[in-house]
Design a protein. Structure first.
Length: 323
């Protein structure tokens, strides 16, 4: 009932009267007697409210948070490095606030709340010179323990832990290669990338940055889409080099590559023609050409393919407003 009072106050946007607040504070330790599943359900309802951040702060003020997620409250008044405006706890609250305002899903909201939960345990030094090396690794472990304690499902835990673990991903337009982006996609899973970027956006706003999605984040989205697309190549064809050699009774050589390039241009002009029987008919026609005629046709086809690749890339850039 104590958590339910907070949930109602959060969802319906009203204040809990002083007498009720005092009663909740006095009885707060009894929350430990409630089943973890019920606590999780009420906690999630608060997290999914429009004023989720205010709900979590209410849990802290009413002395319930220290019994539900003590690891989160440990960040209260833990100052961060000089480029941060807020302490660890406030930063988490403001990050969640942005995630809720953007109507992000529960995974992003929880990861936004927990992404720096490892900072109190990783803190070295004092004041503005303090460091938090490895806090994302420690935070991922604490997040896993917290969610397991609250009886979240294995699938939910795995996803949220990944978002916390990799929230510090590094990306600068001229410094990070496509290979690095591919590694990030492999580690986090392509299905989690959009949410990972949303966590970064919440992290930025929660740190006091004016812009949630600067140019470099938009550029990262563009690179991710580019490296995730199947490349335009002869591998797309429903007919391969081996098929060609059997069909024309010829040995491996430049002729195979030229014919495949011509076929690729043929299919890109009309994707419905990417059928083995139609391609075989086209191959028989091409077999009548001389090597010189084939080369001219293949070069022309390659020019057309290059134009399609450039146009596709330009359209992808346009979607993310990058150059």
């Amino acid at each position: 009932r104590m958590m339910r009072a907070v949930r109602f106050a959060t969802v319906l946007d009203f204040k809990i009267e002083a007498e009720t607040s005092q009663a909740i504070k006095k009885n707060a330790p009894w929350i430990q007697a409630i089943s973890k599943e019920r606590i999780r359900d009420e906690f999630l309802k608060i997290i999914m409210a429009d004023k989720a951040a205010e709900g979590i702060e209410m849990l802290r003020e009413l002395e319930l948070l220290k019994y539900i997620i003590p690891e989160l409250e440990q960040g209260y008044k833990i100052l961060q490095a000089k480029h941060h405006k807020y302490d660890c706890y406030q930063h988490a609250i403001f990050s969640l606030k942005y995630a809720a305002e953007q109507n992000f899903n529960k995974y992003v909201r929880l990861a936004s709340l927990f992404h720096d939960i490892g900072k109190p345990k990783s803190k070295r030094g004092k004041g503005e010179e303090a460091t938090f090396y490895g806090h994302e690794v420690i935070g991922a472990r604490i997040t896993m323990q917290t969610l397991e304690r609250l009886r979240f499902s294995k699938k939910e835990i795995e996803k949220i832990v990944k978002l916390v673990r990799y929230h510090l991903f590094y990306y600068n337009v001229d410094e990070v290669s496509e290979a690095s982006v591919r590694r990030l996609v492999r580690k986090t899973g392509l299905e989690n990338i959009n949410e990972l970027i949303q966590v970064r956006m919440a992290d930025r706003i929660g740190s006091g940055c004016p812009k949630a999605e600067p140019y470099k984040l938009r550029h990262l989205r563009y690179i991710i889409e580019r490296v995730s697309q199947d490349p335009i190549s002869v591998k797309m064809l429903k007919l391969n080099g081996e098929d060609l050699m059997k069909l024309l009774n010829i040995k491996p050589g430049p002729k195979i590559g030229m014919i495949l390039n011509i076929l690729l241009g043929y299919v890109l002009a009309d994707p419905k023609k990417n059928k083995k029987d139609l391609l075989e008919k086209e191959v028989k026609k091409l077999a009548q050409l001389s090597d010189q005629e084939l080369k001219v046709s293949a070069d022309k086809s390659k020019e057309g393919i290059d134009k399609i690749v450039i146009k596709q890339d330009s359209m992808t850039k346009g979607r993310y407003w990058v150059t």
